[in-house]
Design a protein around this ligand. Sequence first.
Ligand SMILES: NC(=O)c1ccc[n+]([C@@H]2O[C@H](COP(=O)([O-])OP(=O)(O)OC[C@H]3O[C@@H](n4cnc5c(N)ncnc54)[C@H](OP(=O)(O)O)[C@@H]3O)[C@@H](O)[C@H]2O)c1
Length: 248
Amino acid sequence: MSLKGKRVIVTGGSKGLGLGIVKRLCEEGANLIITYNTGDITEAKACAEAAGVEFAAYQADLSKDEEIHALAEKLASYDDIYGLVNNAGICLFENFFEVTPESYETTFNVNMKSVFFLTQKVTEQMVKQGIKGRVVCFSSITALSGSATQVHYGAAKGAVSSFTHMAAEALGQYGITVNAVMPGPIPTKHNSAYLALESSKKDLCGRMPMRSYGDPAYIADAVVYFLGERACWTTGTTLPVDGGYLAK
Ligand SMILES: NC(=O)c1ccc[n+]([C@@H]2O[C@H](COP(=O)([O-])OP(=O)(O)OC[C@H]3O[C@@H](n4cnc5c(N)ncnc54)[C@H](OP(=O)(O)O)[C@@H]3O)[C@@H](O)[C@H]2O)c1
């Protein structure tokens, strides 16, 4: 178990894909720090306790500039962080003409700005400590497939994919890798109302070679791969885990 005893941060570890990652990392024996906003962290904490791994949690609203920077400082105060999983994200389903400066800013702050500054601060500390760490970001198939009601979200996720290869370039010299997962449709709070619609099921599942929505465990496996020793020569890449959606 190459992650045993290593300290890994999971943003948005309270539910959805983040909670799936927390569960998988508990199996791997990683020590966990999760961040959350309004969610309930009881399940994440219980998993960590059952697995006997260390657990800490920090609340921050990543739509707010000052809370991004305050959280980045807190996380960077640890001197043994090995992994940062930038999973927290938000998708506001809005028609293009309904997007406001406020909803644009929320979308970009949570999905992109927090990723930039948490990664900057945490990897600066990794460099100081000589830790050849791992960063895993979260893009989305929406960045490539397009959606009339997710223009700001897709643009932010496209920026995350670009950030991933740019940060890989900046951090490779220190032995730190930066990769991203690009999930396909997986029912979570993020999108459950939309994915439950018969029209969405028909359209999305009909298009995917694998013909079904995904499961948080599939994403957690990709994250664990990127965090692991065996991914030491993989950096700057964005991996679709999408039932083949983008292959169509
Ligand atoms: N599910 C999918 O089909 C899918 C597809 C493509 C990409 N993704 C990406 O995968 C990641 C996880 O999505 P998910 O489906 O698991 O969504 P989710 O179930 O809605 O969970 C989102 C997580 O992000 C946190 N978060 C949201 N707004 C926040 C804010 N303002 N400040 C701090 N944390 C905030 C939430 O924290 P609290 O609960 O504590 O508020 C929660 O832990 C996201 O980056 C998303 O864009 C998901």
